[in-house]
Write a protein that binds this ligand. Sequence first.
Ligand code: MG
Ligand code: ZN
Length: 232
Amino acid sequence: MAEKAPLREVRVVGRVLAVNERMAEENRRRFAARGVFVVNVMSSPGSGKTSLLQKTLAALAPRVSAAVIVGDVATTHDAERLAVTGVPVVQVNTDAFGGDCHLAAHVIERAAEDLDLGAIDLLFVENVGNLVCPAEFDIGEDARVVVLSVTEGEDKPVKYPAMFRTCHAALLNKIDLLPHLDYDKARALAYIRQVHPGMPVFETSARTGEGLAAWVDWLLAGLERKRAAAGR
Ligand code: MG
Ligand code: ZN
């Protein structure tokens, strides 16, 4: 009878995702009602999400009023780094509820209660560093982006296709390090195109600021579309 266990597990996972889907739709309605554009930022650990967000927040201010929900299994290190930018930051530590390696929609709902949504134009969610299950959990975001750094393997897009397929943009980060590495950038870009043809890719460096303007313009365009759709 042992061979039946996997089937049961699949059904439980299916139910979890169905519940998450309903919560995500509720979040989406709530964010839309307040005119908040929500961007879910995902990556492996150490790809530079927090540094990138620091620079992005600085570039958006004062035009855009932003906030961040940041997820980690433990520690408030990333929230502390983001809080110096002056924007509201809510840290979620998943350690308190089983050490989840992703943020689920109900976690975002609770975290958003600590924010004044009416005063926020753009909400970033820095997801837990992981390229697998965050791809499966809709949190009610408008845009999903994946950050890939040149210190990782070029083949990440084909190893984690669900992540790259479900995102609206990719950032190839830490490009300032390229002269010091044997990284095959053309191969990485080809893999991204293979998994998700036509997805915009921004080559960025949080350290030098290279490529950040194009990424910020993409965010502003998304924000404009959301405002236009809401008739604001
Ligand atoms: Mg981080
Ligand atoms: Zn997970």
